[in-house]
Design a binder for this molecule. Structure first.
Ligand code: TGC
Ligand code: FAD
Length: 391
């Protein structure tokens, strides 16, 4: 059969700009040569090498869309491609890049003053400093507006009290973006603060028994009467829409990333069924198997096409709130279905860690949950259609 474009039927990769293609190739080479060889071992040991951040920085993967302070001013498509290539190896590594870029560098760049940008962005973009984003609390997950963390004005600064839970990177972070309400818990009083690791009263814990996203350190932020100067406040935030602007960016990256995970597993399963002989012929010679491959190819490419269109809309400054919820919800759901089918196609071998698929499968359970669960995105889309909130 002549060569055909089964892998890229909508010519998404073929039509990338030269710059985006170049970025994708560099990230792919890095992922395969540096991340992939140790991923199974590091996952088994819950091990994250913080020096990796410097490697990410050197490659321009942190704050890639920022035009200043060392950022390379890459396109939103390039940001998506970075997530796609990195998550082919493990969702944990994509999480590291998402949090630093979308949840730490983005709010400082968008809502910080010039001194804050000069002070924090260069080290975050180079990977010399690691950041985290504290929104969720034990009793405020899907509904962050129920948070109990509060600030109060004190002298020429603020005093902050509360606890954040399930925070990516908190155990290894140098810089903490923390969101809090005023003492009356008024929803519209939400403010963001930049805290530093050494601040008195600030400490962290690690969640040690996670069964998913094991390479990525996740923990709590414990904030006990933490006093800091006014200059640590992100003074240009505009209520919740500023919080959500961070989430929009992270959700966009996740939407590309999970398709990287799905693609990796699809290709592993395709190779396996082409070579595995059962009933005296390759598994791939069975119609049921070919249908599964066709379903994977279809969903991955439809998802990528939608991500690509959304990246262009973002570059043009269009309102992408609905597209982001559609993508985050659907791409996570479809990727989980695909990876589960891949696991099945490898039979017992699908359970072996060296085939990578089970690790991707359990990681995707996290990715389905964070940044708005699948059902929360259904409710966002339902509310936006009907104008009736049903949360
Ligand atoms: P709601 O009334 O909907 O909105 C309040 C204000 O925000 C505006 N807004 C948005 N602005 C920009 N982008 C969006 N996507 C926006 N959505 C809403 C809205 O217009 C309004 O503005 P204004 O000016 O009128 O005040 O707020 P709500 O409280 O009803 O929101 C409900 C809900 C469920 C949508 C929201 O709470 C939600 O999204 N919950 C999910 C929580 C979540 O996603 N948490 C993520 C935590 S961070 C994380 O998980 C990181 S994972 C890290 C990793 O990758 O490792
Ligand atoms: P809950 O809100 O308790 O939801 C439980 C279930 O109930 C879900 O199925 C949900 O869809 C459903 N549900 C909730 N409300 C409704 C409703 N009204 N109607 C119908 N169903 C509903 N947060 C951060 O701030 N920063 C981070 O860096 C970060 N990193 C994370 C890393 C990991 C590994 C994980 C697992 C989470 C992380 N999170 C982070 C937290 C994450 O955003 C929350 O877990 C997520 O928002 C869901 O909140 P919850 O776990 O409290 O679930």
């Amino acid at each position: 059969m002549k060569q055909n474009n089964w892998f890229d039927p909508f010519f998404i990769f073929e039509n990338l700009s030269e710059e985006d293609l170049h970025i994708q190739k560099n990230v792919k080479d890095f992922s395969e040569s540096i991340l992939k060889p140790n991923v199974v071992k590091h996952n088994r040991n819950h091990y994250f090498d913080r020096e990796l951040y410097k490697e990410f920085g050197k490659l321009g993967l942190l704050g890639s869309t920022i035009n200043s302070h060392g950022g390379s001013g890459a396109s939103d498509t390039a940001y998506g491609l970075i997530a796609y290539e990195i998550e082919k190896i493990d969702s944990s590594y994509r999480s590291s890049i998402s949090v630093q870029s979308s949840l730490v560098i983005h709010p400082i760049h968008s809502f910080g003053n010039e001194e804050q940008k000069d002070k924090y962005l260069p080290d975050l973009i180079s990977g010399d400093k690691i950041g985290c984003f504290g929104l969720t609390e034990s009793e405020a997950g899907s509904d962050p507006s129920s948070m109990k963390t509060t600030y109060k004005k004190h002298q020429d600064g603020y005093i902050l009290n509360g606890n954040k839970n399930w925070i990516t990177n908190s155990p290894i972070a140098d810089i903490f973006i923390v969101w809090a309400l005023n003492e009356k818990h008024e929803t519209n009083s939400i403010k963001g603060f930049i805290l530093e690791k050494e601040t008195k009263g600030l400490s962290t814990n690690i969640i040690e028994n996670k069964t998913s996203l094991k390479i990525s350190p996740t923990g709590q932020i414990l904030i006990d009467n933490v006093y800091f100067h006014n200059s640590n406040c992100l003074e240009n935030t505009e209520g919740w829409s500023s919080v959500f602007s961070c989430l929009n960016k992270a959700r966009f990256g996740i939407s590309w990333g999970v398709l990287g995970s799905a693609t990796e597993c699809w290709l592993i399963a395709k190779d396996y069924v082409e070579n595995r002989i059962m009933f005296k012929k390759p598994l791939a010679a069975n119609q049921l198997i070919q249908k599964k491959l066709a379903d994977m190819q279809t969903e991955i490419n439809l998802g990528l096409a939608a991500c690509h269109i959304t990246a262009k809309a973002m570059n043009e400054g269009k309102d992408i709130i609905n597209s982001i919820s559609i993508l985050k919800r659907n791409n996570c759901k479809k990727s989980l279905d695909i990876v589960r089918d891949c696991r099945d196609m490898l039979g017992a071998n699908g359970l072996i860690e060296d085939y990578h698929i089970m690790r991707h499968l359990v990681n995707l359970e996290t990715v389905k949950t964070y940044e708005g669960t699948e059902d929360i995105h259904s409710l966002i889309l339902g509310r936006n259609q009907t104008n009736i909130p049903s949360f």
